[in-house]
Design a protein around this ligand. Structure first.
Ligand SMILES: Nc1nc2c(c(=O)[nH]1)N[C@H]1C(S)=C(S)[C@@H](COP(=O)(O)OP(=O)(O)OC[C@H]3O[C@@H](n4cnc5c(N)ncnc54)[C@H](O)[C@@H]3O)O[C@H]1N2
Ligand code: MOO
Length: 394
């Protein structure tokens, strides 16, 4: 057991084996979930000029008592309507430019109009500038809208577009091959004999990658023999990362490491002080990084979360690539840990976090019911119910 590599050391070594991929310029519509390669400088101010935030009437605050003579109509998408004089009001709609001479908008619900004149029927304490969005109130041309390394979420993409760009410089998407091995594996949805099992891990890991800037392709149900494994590994050598699932342990039919070595692969580390996930292996095969995940579904999920996803984020240019740790109160007492850090499948809600009683890494029912991995560092003392613990949302 003494040869197990501490978790943080293994994570650091994996990142040290990799480099961020070169950037590429893509249309904003193709940039979802990518990481910005350079600071994004706003090309325009938002709003570009003062505009109305409501449907109503543009007035000058000096004339706030009214009544007003109605002149002109200002709508979104039209150039500013003519300048207003004292005693005048202009019909205005949300998103329209404020006419010169007006500085305040009265909502249409607060006035009555006969088509020529409008007067107040309700005046909830007017303020100069009420219902006006001012030029540059959101951001100004030249501001840094988004920092390099930022993930392009839906909101960030919206911000990029409103800042005036149609293309973005982003870290290239990471090409990932997912290879799952085992004579027992069969196609999802087909009938199984007792010695068989549906190949679920590759679908699960591919689904995890969907949220990331990655392009994945799967080679599923690779037979437990050297030739099949070597052929599959060879066929994936164009990928930035080759992830294998299963066959990572020490059994006679766990042939991932032997096949990898036969092809000239160089192991960086194997066997981590963590539970589940101990048999994880990482190395290099030519230009590809190889990450061999253990086959038990809970172990594959946990090691993908702690190693594969951070690696992809890092290679795609993320500033914050490690899993986000949150904290909560444990609803049950937790026993001490040994040299292996533990990631307990757990359920977190607004009031606390509850680890499931069974932590068998083969149980998908437990994994699917969990929304958190409760993290217990190596060599933790026993923890009482009500103490603070860390977890990763899944
Ligand atoms: N003597 C030892 N035995 C084991 C050790 C050990 O240290 N010494 N480690 C155990 C641990 S921990 C784990 S985790 C497993 C992982 O072993 P492998 O990576 O070799 O995984 P397999 O044996 O191939 O599979 C384990 C289990 O998972 C099922 N599996 C595999 N692939 C898939 C897939 N794509 N979809 C669904 N299910 C899959 C497989 O059928 C097995 O039931 O080793 C322990 N043994
Ligand atoms: O630690 Mo293994 O990864 O138990 O299932």
């Amino acid at each position: 057991m003494s040869s197990l590599l501490p978790l943080d050391e293994a994570q650091n070594r994996l990142i040290a084996m990799a480099e961020p991929l070169p950037s590429e310029t893509v249309p904003v519509s193709d940039a979802k979930s990518c990481y910005l390669a350079q600071d994004l400088v706003a090309k325009r101010s938002q709003p570009a000029a003062d505009m109305s935030a409501m449907d109503g009437y543009a007035i000058n605050f000096e004339d706030r008592e009214g009544p007003w003579q109605l002149v002109g109509e200002c709508k979104a998408g039209s150039p500013p309507c003519p300048a207003m004089q004292a005693g005048q009001a202009a019909r205005i709609f949300t998103g329209a430019l404020m006419p010169e001479g007006a500085d305040t908008v009265v909502m249409q619900e607060n006035v009555e109009s006969d088509g020529e004149q409008i007067r107040l029927i309700d005046d909830p304490s007017p303020v100069r500038g009420r219902h006006v969005r001012h030029a540059g109130g959101d951001f100004k041309a030249g501001d840094i809208a988004l920092k390099a390394g930022t993930r392009l979420t839906a909101a960030a993409l919206g911000h990029a577009v409103i800042a005036g760009v149609g293309e973005l410089s982003v870290g290239r998407r990471v090409n990932v091959a997912i290879l799952s091995t085992g004579d027992e594996l069969v196609t999802p949805g087909t009938a199984t004999q007792p010695h068989q099992i549906p190949a679920s891990n590759d679908v699960m890991v591919a689904a995890l990658l969907d949220q990331l800037p990655a392009r994945s392709r799967s080679i599923s149900r690779i037979k437990d023999d050297m030739e099949s494994l070597c052929t599959a590994l060879e066929s994936a050598r164009d990928c930035d990362i080759i992830v294998t699932i299963g066959g990572a342990s020490v059994g006679d039919h766990d042939l991932v490491a032997p096949a990898f070595k036969q092809l000239g692969g160089e192991t960086d580390f194997w066997k981590i002080a963590m539970k589940p996930g101990k048999p994880l292996m990482a190395g290099k095969l030519g230009n590809s990084l190889v990450l061999a995940l253990p086959g038990n579904p809970g172990s594959a999920f946990v090691t993908a979360t702690l190693f594969l996803l951070p690696l992809i984020r890092y290679m795609a240019g993320a500033t914050n690539y490690m899993p986000v740790m949150k904290s909560a109160i444990t609803n049950s007492a937790l026993p001490p840990t040994n040299q292996r850090a533990e990631f307990l499948r757990a359920k977190a809600d607004g009031t606390g976090i509850t680890a499931f009683n069974s932590q068998d890494s083969a149980k998908l029912s437990i994994l699917a019911a969990a929304n958190a991995l409760l993290y217990r560092p190596a060599h933790s003392p026993e923890q009482e119910k009500g103490e603070n613990v860390s977890y990763i949302e899944i």
